[in-house]
Design a protein around this ligand. Structure first.
Ligand code: CO
Length: 504
């Protein structure tokens, strides 16, 4: 099996685009919950930008001074920035999960985390403790009138969309059975021909063989489809892409040895081993729930996030961020001390899946270190032209994300805006300038890059975070507005935007 050739030269002599201490400070816990109108705005909020930007991510990187082993284990803290009539209101609240409340009351770590956090006291304290804390920290969506904080291994927590107060664990009106999860990467398919939008999501029950369950919900949150499929092997699936006919997963070539986890010596993620000699499998689950599941093989690589997928002349295209291998979660050591040059960086790849002969081909789209891709919401599951992604400032080598990259997939032209040396980027969220309903009324077509990119950045110079608004048509001219928060928000994971102005 040829190994995926990730083509980034490691240039040891290259001067870093950032200061390490700056980067590390973006991982300080944020203990405060705030609620205010943002009064420090550079530039102007576009008057046609109205709605609510939500973002989720770890708010705590320590519990009362006891260090969390990996940011993926940090308790979920949701930020909401409501934009209306040229003004913006900020609010952040921790998701009051059972584990968050218990540890807050106790003032210490009570739970093991998937990514290495152990209860203090060594393996004897952790042995046979298989309870994993639902930290609700990965994504946040507003769907069917519910605001849901998502974490892939459990049911979502529902929050009040205006106050962000936690309402509680939510079964989506009984769609989720007890113990069933709802992944953190739903895809929203735009309704065609007057039909409403659909939310497509999944859950995985990993084991010696794994069960993938697909859920499709209408705009009101009512269940349209639910079907489960057993696939061979241990599945570690974080993301999914959809086309009109398929849900597509990349099954990374990993094995899982549960023994050190059971014995309390290692966390679950630390028992995952990348197998460089096994293929990566593309798993295609038909959305009708009845046709046969197809499994295609390609070179070993590791994928957390996909950008998009679409069908064209009997072939399926999938754009994904690929790593050479699974970044090991070491049992010792501090993630803040990570040596970027020793771990694989993400690159953007395009896979072509041929359903007739079962062959998979791929080509490199972008070698610059990148993560957190996005696109215009109307093109999810469809051919598309413009892709936006967090990227390193430097075109070579692995580094923290400090820039936003726009790629024209047709011409392969690029635009980049960088906040280096003292700014650090998160996931961009694309907001169309004009709602589709209005365009249809005016008899206009969508212009795919006519919209805004919203990015929550960490500004190390002032140890605070800033929401930047970029004009997606030309990001090189820099943000049209910087909305400076009064505090920093630790580096986050995923977010979303709704045109609803959700303010109490
Ligand atoms: Co993700």
């Amino acid at each position: 099996m040829p190994k995926l050739q990730i083509s980034q030269p490691q240039t040891a002599a290259q001067k870093p685009s950032y200061d390490r201490t700056d980067w590390q400070r973006g991982y300080e816990s944020q203990l405060n919950e705030s609620d205010y109108w943002i009064d420090e705005i550079e530039g102007e909020i576009p008057p046609d930008l109205q709605g609510t930007f939500f973002r989720n991510g770890p708010g705590l990187l320590d519990i009362n001074g006891q260090r969390i082993h990996h940011p993926f284990d940090g308790d979920g803290m949701v930020c909401a920035i409501v934009i209306s009539n040229g003004r913006a209101h900020f609010r952040n609240r921790f998701v009051h999960t059972e584990g968050y409340l218990a540890e807050k009351a106790a003032g210490k770590i009570l739970h093991r985390g998937v990514f290495g956090t152990q209860k203090p006291g060594g393996w004897l304290t952790n042995i046979f403790d298989l309870k994993i804390k639902n930290i609700a920290n990965t994504n946040i969506i507003y769907w069917g009138g519910k605001l849901l904080a998502l974490w892939e291994a459990a049911a979502p927590y529902r929050l009040d969309p205006c106050t962000l107060e936690t309402i509680g664990l939510d079964t989506l009106d009984g769609i989720l059975r007890p113990g069933e999860a709802f992944a953190a990467h739903p895809r929203i398919e735009k309704g065609k021909n007057g039909e409403g939008d659909r939310l497509v999501n999944f859950s995985v029950k990993p084991g010696l063989s794994s069960v993938i369950t697909i859920y499709e919900l209408d705009e009101s949150g009512k269940l349209l489809q639910k079907h489960a499929h057993t696939i061979p092997g241990f599945a570690f699936l974080h993301d999914m892409v959809i086309t009109p006919n398929y849900c597509i997963f990349f099954q990374n070539p990993v094995s899982f040895n549960p023994l050190p986890f059971l014995l309390g010596m290692r966390s679950a993620a630390q028992c995952i081993q990348f197998s460089p000699n096994k293929p990566t499998q593309a798993i295609l689950i038909p959305r009708n729930g009845t046709d046969e599941v197809k499994i295609l093989e390609t070179e070993p690589c590791f994928v957390f996030h996909h950008t998009n997928a679409w069908e064209e002349d009997g072939e399926i295209f999938v754009d994904s961020v690929c790593y050479e291998s699974f970044p090991n979660v070491e049992p010792d050591g501090d993630f803040r001390e990570l040596d970027f040059s020793t771990v694989p960086a993400g690159e953007l790849w395009r896979f072509k899946l041929n359903l007739v002969d079962g062959k998979v081909e791929h080509q490199v789209i972008e070698t610059r270190c990148c993560e957190f891709p996005t696109l215009h919401p109307n093109n999810v599951g469809q051919p598309y032209r413009y892709l936006y992604i967090g990227a390193a400032d430097s075109p070579t080598g692995n580094a923290p994300l400090q820039a936003i990259l726009k790629i024209d997939l047709l011409t392969r032209n690029r635009q980049i805006w960088s906040a280096a040396p003292r700014g650090f980027a998160g996931e961009p969220v694309f907001v169309p300038r004009t709602p589709r309903s209005l365009l249809a009324k005016e008899g206009q077509d969508d212009i795919e890059d006519d919209g805004w990119l919203l990015v929550l950045m960490y500004d190390a110079a002032n140890h605070r975070s800033t929401l930047v608004i970029l004009d997606a048509r030309d990001i090189t001219k820099g943000p049209v507005a910087h909305l400076h928060l009064k505090q920093h928000i630790p580096y986050g994971l995923h977010g979303s935007f709704t045109s609803n102005v959700l303010l109490s």
